[in-house]
Design a protein around this ligand. Structure first.
Ligand code: NOJ
Length: 539
């Protein structure tokens, strides 16, 4: 049993039940975190071995991307058995051992649940394909007759998020809906059996002791009655996949009011367990108001706020996103979430310009995020300052969207560099399922550990302070009048200053720096840098 280190071990009691309100959650993309058995794929035993690293980093919780039985067409978001660990990741005993150790280290564990679709290899879908049109087996999914002569056209104009039609036809003529890959058929959530099955899946993992769930495509389960056309598509000149990101766009397969009924039931299940079990929705909606409907005392605990990730490098953009998110969260009494990177988005160092500039900005953005009220979600490797791997050979890319749209999320999923000077940099005893670039030799954990000024030590310092400063956990945010191009706000005694402008800024009036993303030049905070400063107590 691992030793605790200054943290609390997790007990299934009411103490700390509100832990999720201001937590820092670290996203573990399991197949790229650490490989224990040399097959080049990260696994639960590898994660377990590396838990001390996460404890020392100072995060409160980890979120594991799917590790369930899966053909891995979509990185495990295509599940064949929601109650089993895929052999490539280990088995249930490995999961239990990892969970027990995590709890002993004071780390909560959140797992992914994928309710919108199963894998096409799931026994339900296999049974549906084997059964005739109109059968109860087909009722569990969304099967329809096609349009046009011989039903040869899809039942409506919906498009897959991964490109192309959202419908695939079976040899018997019926079509089935898949908002993602054809190997990810959408479930029919109007059917009580589907609801009951997922309620049982939640209980299965809650009984094992997980602290919560990240709900995949939480806005997708219910479709508009009659499955009406959207009215436009790539074929007619406007891409549904891109339009879903525009404010005001309402698609008949996303964010239907009926989804909330599902999560109200899920909340009751979560609340029936001790110790503060929670759920965070991955949801996209047409406005911040609609997004806020996923959270509250009778629904989910959090919803990802991806607007922060889309903010441009300017005071106005960050300020607008922060103000909107805080206002919405206050209205519904839920904590705000902040995300800079995840397994679906190009890493933020690269989004901010890449190279030295991207890294400077990425480090500043991290200090900004960790000073904000609410919950911060970190994506594995951001604490190492990793950039997006842009030059992966096409034949190694595994994202199903790549074949259909030319866009690929593989570049942010390259296995983590732990140590050494050659790839795969200590990821495991042998190779890695995606190659790391040679430049990552400078980014390994071993290269950064104990090095003052490294990105890893910056994250550690910020997380330590965040834990130590009560004002950073529960307190309010107050904007401070600042120089042009400078974003500044107070949390109690602390002020966070981000220099998004073009000139170094004298920060003396904000207090004494306690952490900074770049070395100060005397009293001046350089451009593209952030600092936390503390007011000397009066007297
Ligand atoms: C969102 C997940 O984050 C993404 O990786 C996945 O492809 C889709 N949902 C479909 O499950």
């Amino acid at each position: 049993m691992p030793k605790e280190r200054g943290q609390f071990a997790i007990n299934a009691d009411e103490a700390g039940a509100g832990w999720w309100r201001d937590a820092v959650v670290y996203q573990v993309y399991v197949r790229s975190f650490a490989d224990s058995d040399g097959d080049g794929i990260g696994d639960l035993a590898g994660l377990r071995d590396r838990l001390p690293y996460l404890r020392d980093l100072g995060v409160d919780a980890i979120w594991l991307t799917p590790f369930y039985r899966s053909p891995m067409v979509d990185g495990g978001y295509d599940v064949t058995d929601y109650r089993q660990v895929d052999p490539m990741f280990g088995d249930l005993a490995d999961f239990d051992a990892m969970l027990a150790d995590a709890h002993a280290y004071g780390l909560r564990v959140i797992i992914d649940v994928v309710p919108n679709h199963t894998s096409s290899a799931h026994r339900w879908f296999q049974a549906a394909v084997a059964a005739p049109p109109g059968s109860p087996e087909r009722e569990r999914y969304i099967f329809r007759a096609g349009r046009g002569p011989d039903g040869a056209e899809p039942p409506n104009d919906w498009e897959s998020i991964f490109g192309g039609d959202a419908w695939t036809r079976l040899p018997d003529g019926q079509w089935y809906l898949h908002i993602f890959d054809p190997e990810q058929p959408d479930l029919n959530w109007e059917l009580p059996e589907v609801r009951a099955e997922f309620e049982e899946i939640l209980r299965f993992w809650l009984d094992r002791g997980v602290d919560g769930f990240r709900v995949d495509v939480a806005h997708g389960n219910i479709k508009a009655p009659g499955l009406p056309d959207v009215g436009y598509s790539s074929k007619t000149g406007r891409n549904q996949r891109q339009s879903r990101l525009l404010e005001g766009t309402k698609l008949p397969y996303f964010d239907q009011d009926g989804v909330h009924e599902i999560y109200r039931v899920w909340r009751q299940i979560l609340d029936s367990y001790p110790g503060g079990r929670m759920a965070v929705a991955e949801a996209w909606a047409s406005s911040p108001e609609r997004l806020a409907r996923y959270v509250g005392p009778d629904e989910l605990h959090q919803v990802f706020n991806f607007d922060f990730l889309h903010a441009t490098w300017s005071v106005d953009s960050f300020r607008k996103v922060i103000d909107t998110a805080l206002a919405e969260a206050t209205l519904v009494g839920a904590p705000t979430t902040w995300v800079l990177s995840n397994h679906d988005k190009p890493r933020h160092v690269t989004r901010y310009g890449g190279g030295a500039l991207g890294l400077r900005r990425g480090r500043a953005a991290a200090l900004l995020m960790l000073a904000l009220p609410g919950v911060a979600y970190l994506y594995q490797g951001e604490e190492l300052g990793l950039d997006e791997v842009l030059d992966l050979p096409d034949e190694l890319r595994q994202d199903p969207a790549f074949r259909r749209t030319g866009e690929s999320r593989d570049g942010c999923r390259v296995p983590l560099p732990w140590s050494g000077h050659t790839a795969p940099f200590g990821f495991g005893p042998a190779g890695a399922w995606l190659p790391a670039p040679a430049t990552w030799t400078a980014h390994t954990v071993a290269a950064q550990e104990g090095e003052s000024g490294s990105t890893l030590e910056l994250y550690r310092a910020a997380l330590r302070l965040r834990r130590a400063e009560p004002a950073l956990r529960g307190g309010e945010l107050t904007w401070t009048e600042a120089e042009p191009g400078v974003l500044a706000f107070r949390r109690g005694e602390l002020t966070c200053v981000v220099n998004l402008g073009t000139e170094p800024v004298d920060v003396r009036r904000y207090g004494t720096p306690i952490v900074a993303s770049a070395a100060l030049d005397g009293d001046f905070l350089p451009v593209d840098a952030a600092a936390w400063l503390k007011q000397e107590p009066l007297g």
